[in-house]
Design a protein around this ligand. Sequence first.
Ligand code: PLP
Length: 433
Amino acid sequence: YEPLAQIDPEVQNIIDKEIWRQFTGLELIASENLTSLATMEANGSILTNKYSEGLPSARYYGGNEYIDELENLCRKRALEAFHLDPAKWGVNVQPYSGSTANFAALTALIQPQDRLMGLGLPDGGHLTHGYYTAKKKMTASSIYFQSFPYSITPDTNLIDYASLAQQAKIFKPRLIICGASAYPRDWDYAELKKTAEKEGAYLMADIAHTSGLIAAQELNNPFEYCDVVTTTTHKTLRGPRAGLIFFRKDSEHTKDLEKRVNDAVFPACQGGPHNNTIAAIATALKQAADPSFKEYAKQVIANAKTLADELVAHGYKLQTGGTDNHLVLWDLRPLGLTGSKIEKVCDLMGITINKNAVSGDASAQTPGGIRLGTSAITSRDMKQEDIKVVASFLHRTVQLSLLLQKEAGTKMLKDFVRVATTDVGKEGYAKVK
Ligand code: PLP
């Protein structure tokens, strides 16, 4: 055994730099979090060596005695973490990520070229919910299925459940997907269930962003109404990068979903499961079932609300005016700034955020907003008082950008960003810092 630093100093050096970046910066990307050391230990374990295609007790390879024990433990913990009765719900813990979990779920629920409806990407939906552009069907969910996006209302920026019901009546989807990547409010699953039932469609919730908050019972419960629930495990749930598919098995409508979902994951969409990741999911789920995780989830939401209140108090415009969950969507268009510029200026300040479309944006390439999330900074034990300081940093960043733009024109701000992000600029900036 020789350590990484000895075998491969180049990779070790990159990891060291990333450690420095993560520990010295403020991580405000809503889809990221800081997983525990125990989870990372499981993820980096010897379990990566093992092939185990199939399911516990039905594998295509020998030597899976302990892997079976692990996958069963992970499945049990996944059901427990979301307070599910094993007689009514099952779970597949093998998806490599949220995108593969979603594609496997679609494969299980509907046939190629069947119709589905998901929230449009510019309104906060995810690529895997049927996204396409006027020019191209660019995601598997729109290439292999016919999709029609529903939207938020232009005045309130909330999901337009009434139009959704109207559109579903005409489009006749076989599947309605709810859940989002950039929607700061909670979902009305009961209303969606009514529409799905009326049209004879399955209802699937993708809770990738909010699963930690749902496990902690701090948001509405999609399991009461949905047939299938998918999630990533690395966002508010604070686990390794992976996905889960929960399927209902207690009704006539869903009684064969167990086999359909399991077959869709393997062999339809994936090969051998990543057992090291499954171990890490199990560890993260154990941590998510601890009472301290409920406190964490509560704090994530309290912090996001404080961040929203502070930005509004500074006079800024937020989509929907605030938040119910871990994220805030900040509309920069009234200031004459774009999301990409502020993302770059924030990078220079050691604050990591991402540009994001806001309602009515003309172009997804130069969106007029940014998305902020409090999951990672809450994992660093930040409380409301700290969030006020974070909000003041963001305020000063935006004011600096406005000042540069006002004093020297848009070109000056562009030049500042361009020069500061070249290697020479970065070096100069590092010295100044
Ligand atoms: N679903 C939603 C709602 C997401 O926000 C994301 C990622 O951000 C995904 C699915 C895809 O997850 P992954 O990046 O693990 O494939």
